[in-house]
Design a protein around this ligand. Structure first.
Ligand code: ZN
Ligand code: ZN
Length: 136
């Protein structure tokens, strides 16, 4: 790589030079930010997410109930405050699971269906029935 000198003869002030160097750096930044991806350990759903936590940047004055993988709604223009919760980490095994009702249930936190089946006794009967119907 050859260093391209931006300085023109005759330009003497150091402040001008430093501004030019910064411009150069901006241009070399990649335009597409690579998003990390979320994978459900139950159904293998794989989606890009842009935020993990309880306070997504696209919404204000509202906290999620737990750390969640979220992405700004790709079907709407940005900055509408609309977003999709892709999933969360199981409170038992800490693995990531999606919000599909066959993959996880919410009971004091997201619990993956595998852990749910391992600790059925902690759930109310109605919820046990629901879990029993899930064949995963
Ligand atoms: Zn899933
Ligand atoms: Zn689990």
């Amino acid at each position: 790589m050859e260093t391209i000198k931006q300085e023109q003869p005759g330009e003497t002030t150091s402040s001008e030079t430093s501004i030019k160097v910064e411009d150069n750096k901006e241009q070399s930044k990649p335009e597409i930010v690579k998003l990390p991806s979320f994978q459900c350990t139950i159904c293998q759903l794989n989606e890009k997410y842009d935020y993990f936590g309880m306070n997504p940047p696209y919404i204000k004055h509202y906290l999620l109930l737990e750390d969640s993988y979220t992405i700004e709604d790709p079907f709407l223009p940005p900055k509408q405050g609309e977003f999709i919760i892709l999933g969360a980490n199981c409170i038992k095994c800490r693995k990531s699971v999606c919000k599909d009702q066959e993959c996880s249930i919410y009971f004091d936190g997201t619990i993956c269906i595998k852990c749910a089946k391992d600790c059925m006794s902690i759930f109310p009967t109605a919820l046990q029935d629901k879990i029993n119907k899930i064949s995963k």
